[in-house]
Design a binder for this molecule. Structure first.
Ligand SMILES: [Zn+2]
Length: 188
């Protein structure tokens, strides 16, 4: 792992696919390898106690709550990490150019950036920031939950409620992972 300098690692996929667990595992491995790490999460994710990243498997990682990319840059100026992790990056505030620009600057400085984020919303539309970042990743992992209807690899987080807003924070009460075929049948 000592080769990881200035690498962009992205974990994406639907809800319940293990993105956050993978980010957490990466950070723990970097810690063991002696890297100075810091993890951030957007404050819009109010599901769990502040200053923790909690996975759906209930493991946790300490995290700094932020509203936008500017707060991440400010924090890192004083802290000088080797590795920056950002969970739920699709919720991060700031315009897309600023986020991509800031991440590129970290990478150019030799800082490794580990991101976890949803690729698509509940309708199948890409989250723009994840769409912009995926092609510039050094390592891109698409994770899969299990389709709640048929048991194959899931493709999307299907919203079970009627809410139409793009961002509704929730877990299994609100969302279920579905494969493309079951999703298309469900929305017919
Ligand atoms: Zn299915």
């Amino acid at each position: 792992m000592h080769q990881y300098k200035g690498k962009l690692i992205i974990h994406t996929g639907s809800m319940f696919s293990g993105k956050t667990s993978s980010l957490e595992k990466d950070v723990k491995r970097f810690n063991i390898a002696g890297y100075k790490t810091v993890a951030f999460k957007p404050s819009v994710d109010t599901r769990y106690p502040k200053s923790e990243i909690r996975t759906h498997d209930n493991t946790t990682l300490n995290a700094v709550m932020v509203n936008n990319i500017i707060e991440i840059c400010e924090y890192c100026k004083g802290y000088n990490p080797d590795v920056i992790a950002i969970d739920e990056v699709q919720f991060l505030g700031g315009n897309i150019q600023d986020i991509v620009g800031a991440i590129n600057k970290f990478l150019e400085k030799g800082i490794t950036v580990v991101l976890a984020g949803l690729d698509m919303d509940f309708t199948g539309q890409a989250f723009e920031i994840v769409k912009e970042l995926m092609p510039i990743a050094d390592y891109l992992y698409k994770h899969h939950a299990v389709c709640a209807k048929c048991g194959t690899d899931a493709w999307i987080s299907h919203r079970k409620t009627k809410a139409q807003e793009r961002i509704v924070i929730g877990a299994t009460d609100e969302y279920e992972p579905l494969c493309r075929k079951c999703f298309l049948e469900e929305i017919k």
